[in-house]
Design a protein around this ligand. Structure first.
Ligand SMILES: Cc1cc2nc3c(=O)[nH]c(=O)nc-3n(C[C@H](O)[C@H](O)[C@H](O)COP(=O)(O)OP(=O)(O)OC[C@H]3O[C@@H](n4cnc5c(N)ncnc54)[C@H](O)[C@@H]3O)c2cc1C
Length: 421
């Protein structure tokens, strides 16, 4: 390394436990996440970004300190966080390293979706028993071996937006499935131990979204390969390269959800797609934190020059705080409502929250760069990384900022099934 990396002091919680009436469990979890982020993630964040390298050391530490099992039910050895508790903790990690929090989200979803979320869904007793014995295999790998799971869904077509069946296919063969296809933007590629893919069961010859399967493909299975460059604007440590599957055999135990359950989850538990937002909630807070430290002359790695006395700086900070408080309030409400079968109003609020977090994280970072000035955007300081990372949030399918706007407008004006014909 050329020079020692700056460390971060412990900031106030993003969501103060008393003000937001957090449960004791949430208060403890978020305190630990904040401390972990400042101690472990912040000092290394610059390195992953500069080298576009996967934060593997962070994952070793996350395993040692229990974070890989945050959403694994307590009865099965995990921390047992529910949806909101996870989101709150993830925001505290995103505040310190966007790429780690975003990739960790892909990993955590493989446990949240197979755990708490599927527990809310409809299946018969035998199917549930089989699902629980299968997911236990994955949970053990994570808790005991530190196995890392990823979530490559995107293919470059309409499937990841939920508008078409996935082009990656699985055909039933004796003892399991034969998988073929390609995924793009596959974060953690080359580093995850298991790729949790969505694909279409084409055994009966039809390609329908109802036949979506959620399968865990071992990274070292014959026929799996990673290709392509990864040199993006932001979120560089996610290492989101392309993944190829050529006649990859996986046993039936690779099913992360029973047949048809993913379609049911996407339809009945849509807040599952809000899980990409906590990282960006954290980045919005990080841009604000930086601005306060910098204008006060308290930012480590910079001379102790104060700029806070200028009215223009004070106005900019006020505008940033207004935007941050608006973002936090809406997002906190949306994550508090998450659950099965949300009302139309709740659904529209979730989309509004996603759009707000993704757009405002970058808007706040943009204001931070403008207000702090030239010396603040040097690569030795975290702000320019926060700025670049925050730009990526609006692009994340299925709830991109644009698609949220599409749906909010349409669904506010039309009831289900209504047309103007
Ligand atoms: C840092 C990073 C990490 C990522 N990691 C992962 C990952 O781990 N797993 C994963 O599955 N994906 C991942 N993605 C991919 C991401 O979710 C998108 O799939 C990807 O950015 C799509 O890029 P595209 O240019 O092909 O988008 P396109 O599909 O071309 O879409 C471009 C824009 O058009 C709009 N659009 C798309 N479809 C429709 C439609 N049907 N109707 C109307 N408008 C539409 C959307 O607003 C979208 O933003 C990651 C992306 C980034 C930036």
């Amino acid at each position: 390394m050329d020079q020692p990396l700056p460390t971060t002091t412990l900031e106030a919680p993003i969501f103060d436990p008393r003000a937001f009436r957090l449960t004791p469990f949430e208060a403890d979890l978020t305190t630990r996440a904040r401390e972990f982020g400042a101690r472990i993630l912040a000092p290394r964040a610059q390195k992953w970004d500069r080298e576009a390298a996967f934060p593997i050391d962070n994952y070793r530490d996350m395993h040692a300190e229990g974070w890989l099992g945050i959403c694994i039910p307590r009865a099965e050895g995990g921390l047992g966080a529910d949806f909101r508790a996870y989101c709150l903790a993830a925001a505290e990690l995103g505040r310190h390293c966007g790429a780690t929090a975003l990739t960790w989200n892909m990993h955590v979803c493989s446990t949240l979706w197979t755990g708490l979320l599927t527990d809310d869904l409809q299946m018969d007793a035998a199917t549930r028993a089989e699902h629980q014995s299968r997911r236990a295999i994955h949970y053990r790998r994570i808790l005991e071996d530190g196995a890392i799971y990823s979530q490559p869904f995107s293919e470059g077509g309409a499937a990841a937006a939920g508008a078409a069946a996935f082009g990656t296919t699985a055909k039933r063969v004796e003892g399991g499935f034969l998988v073929n296809g390609k995924k793009i933007f596959a974060s953690l590629s080359g580093h995850a131990n298991q790729y949790g893919i969505l694909c279409t069961d084409v055994t009966d010859g039809t390609a329908s979204r109802r036949n979506t399967l959620y399968l865990a493909i071992p990274a070292d299975a014959p026929g799996v390969s990673v290709a392509g460059e990864w040199d993006p604007l932001g979120m560089r440590g996610t290492v989101s390269r392309n993944l190829f599957f050529a006649d990859v055999f996986v046993p039936s135990t690779a099913s992360l959800m029973p047949d048809g359950l993913y379609f049911q989850a996407a339809t009945r538990w849509p807040h599952m797609f809000l899980t990409l937002s906590p990282t960006y909630m954290g980045l919005a807070q990080a841009a604000f934190d930086f601005t306060i430290r910098y204008l006060r002359g308290d930012q480590p790695g910079t001379p102790p020059v104060k700029r806070r006395m200028y009215p223009t700086k004070q106005i900019a900070v006020a505008e940033m705080r207004v935007m941050l408080e608006q973002t936090k309030a809406l997002w906190f409400q949306a994550i508090s409502e998450a659950g099965p079968d949300p009302s139309k109003e709740s659904m529209l609020r979730a989309l509004a929250a996603q759009n707000t977090v993704m757009e405002n994280a970058n808007a706040i970072a943009t204001k931070a760069v403008r207000s702090c000035g030239g010396q603040a955007m040097l690569k030795t300081l975290p702000l320019e990384r926060i700025y670049r990372d925050s730009r990526c949030g609006s692009l994340m399918l299925p709830w991109t900022a644009e698609l949220c706007i599409d749906r909010i407008g349409r669904d506010s004006l039309y009831e289900r099934g209504e047309t103007d014909e």
